[in-house]
Design a protein around this ligand. Sequence first.
Ligand code: SAH
Length: 261
Amino acid sequence: MTHVPTVTLVGAGPGDAELLTIKAVKALRRATVALVDDLVDPGVLRYLRRGTRVVHVGKRGGCASTPQAFIHKLMVAEAQRGETVVRVKGGDPFVFGRGGEECDALRAAGLHVEVVSGLTAGIAGPAAIGLPVTDRRHSRGVALVTGHAGTDGGEPDWAALARCGLTLVIYMGVMRLPVIVDALRVAGMAGDTPAALVSRAHTPAQRQALCRLGTLVDTVAAQGLQSPCIVVIGDVVQAAPMWAGQGAAAPQITAAHQATG
Ligand code: SAH
């Protein structure tokens, strides 16, 4: 039987390398070539063997990201040359990570694919401030939503989301918050709906703020919260310990990274 090369998509989690799975660490150790996204914390790369070739394929310094088709070609070419290829992605490869597209491209080239799940920022980010996104006292479920408008201008149906009663966990949304908040308000979501922002979760640069839907945009500006950032909108934000004691007045609380361990 001929040997079919395998490419492993590794979810690196949101930051802190200690959040890697054991399976992820094993895959990193085996690799001879690593194609790495920007959002991957440099600490994660310590688990690669010395001599492993590292190719950064994410957005760098505001430049356009490496075209997806190029990443596909590179993975295929390296694997066919006999390299042990890992594709290291922030969070979970299958949550807004283009992992599905990459699997399709690899399989189309006749390669095997293994996917190692990682902690996704939309769950682990809120958890970094003690916010349990499905706390049953406040939430019946969570919608993981992109805040990014597609190249075709397509975006989530904010009006439907405003009415669905689920906690909204928004990825890639911080730059587009004015549009998103407007759309939710127009659809009837109350301006005093609790909201949370967690920027650079699980890194030493973590920042967070709690506020209300109506003050989200100002909070981002006032606190200088930057991407990558997760936005949580829904009553469940009241379950965050930072919320306690703030009363009904719109709380606007920020804090630097707190040790969670
Ligand atoms: N596959 C990733 C998501 C990639 S999309 C995952 O599962 O987490 C990129 C978006 O993820 C960012 O715009 C931001 O909204 C979120 N994100 C990734 N890492 C983050 C972090 N450390 N802190 C806050 N948000 C993060």
